[in-house]
Design a protein around this ligand. Structure first.
Ligand code: ATP
Ligand code: MG
Ligand code: FE
Length: 351
């Protein structure tokens, strides 16, 4: 089975081809990603109209390139998968209309994938992981702890009540005059910094629900930064290290609470999985790996190029859905908002 995956929900234009056969398992035949970071950097965040225009300009070429890399033609595909949301609606529409057109002319099945579900299922592409597992999904727009029970079966155990983790990294980077996206910049600066110089708060630590709140932490950092301004490079490094240490403590504590709640909704987990752009962070990865070790679980995080937005995860989620007969017709809508996991007790949204 070979699936094309298209991703245009935010600031990466991506096209990939993933193959799966029963004996050989899954393989990524092509994974083309064009980041628009340079276009948005001057604004310190993603500008929707600039993003949409950039997707229009490059998507067709990127799909051609993915097919070339894989040595395939459109006729060799078994399905066309696309992220139909959630995301910036202009970008989502460009990917979805392209996928619908390809599905129509090739008469292949269309697979409308939830972008967050694709992040959630990536560990099955890379590590062949079995259900159920505990997922920390942390990116620029989302922060959730989710029990992944099966394709389309996701129970939300906790989430952020204000900023997403990646968003907090991005805002702190902006505040400290570092580049965009902020996560990698803050991590790089933190390497040389003292994580104990500033006693930043650890919001929500010890709470029984696995929720996050990060806006207070960001404010505390801003107050410290203003107190010691003007900032020398050493100060910025210490602030970054202190911030990253605080976030890491919060993530581990919240994941521990979610692990405790897990068995009540999904039985015994096979692993603790980190996904989304933030899972590229080394400090967070190491802390989660040691939490998983304590709990006797495997820790799985996708390789770096599959942590951020990419087409391979969309193709894989489409492949999982096609195997279950979950195809879509040409009326499927583009969705700016599309929750993928619900609180325990309410029905899963994606079927
Ligand atoms: P969505 O939330 O819809 O998935 P997104 O574009 O934010 O969209 P990703 O591309 O998965 O999703 O993640 C990007 C985010 O990850 C940015 O906020 C970025 O700062 C953060 N990030 C990337 N690398 C690191 C890192 N090393 N440490 C911390 N955060 C990071
Ligand atoms: Mg992105
Ligand atoms: Fe994403």
């Amino acid at each position: 089975m070979k699936i094309l995956g298209i991703e245009t929900t935010c600031d990466e234009t991506a096209a990939a081809i993933v193959a799966h056969d029963e004996e050989g398992g899954a393989s990524i035949l092509a994974n083309e990603v064009l980041s628009q970071i340079a276009e948005h950097a001057a604004y310190g965040g993603v500008v929707p109209e600039i993003a949409a225009r950039a997707h229009v300009e490059v998507l067709d070429r990127l799909i051609d390139r993915a097919l070339d890399r894989a040595g395939l033609g459109l006729d060799d595909l078994d399905g066309i998968a696309v992220a139909a949301g959630p995301g910036l609606i202009g970008g989502v529409l460009i990917g979805l209309v392209t996928a619908k057109t390809l599905a129509l002319v090739t008469r292949k099945p269309l697979l409308a994938v939830n972008h967050l579900e694709a992040h959630a299922l990536t560990a099955r592409l890379t590590d062949g992981l079995a259900f159920p597992y505990l997922l920390l999904l942390a990116s620029g727009g989302h922060t959730q702890l989710v029990a992944v029970k099966g394709v389309g079966q996701y129970v939300r155990l906790g989430g952020t009540i204000d900023d997403a983790i990646g968003e907090a990294f991005d805002k702190v980077a902006k505040l400290l005059g570092l580049g965009y996206p902020g996560g990698p910049e803050v991590e790089r600066m933190a390497e040389a910094g003292d994580p104990e110089r500033f006693g930043l708060p650890r919001p929500m630590l010890g709470r029984r629900e696995a929720d996050f709140s990060l806006s207070g932490l960001k404010t505390a950092l801003r107050i410290e930064a203003e107190r010691i301004a003007p900032l020398a490079e050493r100060d910025v490094a210490d602030l970054c290290a202190s911030f990253q240490a605080a976030i890491t403590d919060v993530v581990v504590d919240r994941a521990r609470v979610a692990l405790r709640a897990f068995s009540g909704v999904a039985g015994h987990p096979t692993a603790l999985v980190a996904a989304g752009g933030v899972s590229a962070n080394g400090a967070i990865r190491r802390a989660l790996a040691s939490l998983a070790g304590e709990a006797g679980l495997a820790f799985v995080a996708p390789p770096l190029q599959l942590c951020g937005d990419n087409g391979a995860m969309i193709a894989w989620a489409g492949l999982e859905r096609l195997r279950l007969g979950l195809t879509d017709d040409l009326t499927v809508p583009a969705r700016a908002r599309w929750p993928f996991a619900e609180k325990p007790g309410s029905a899963a949204v994606i079927v």
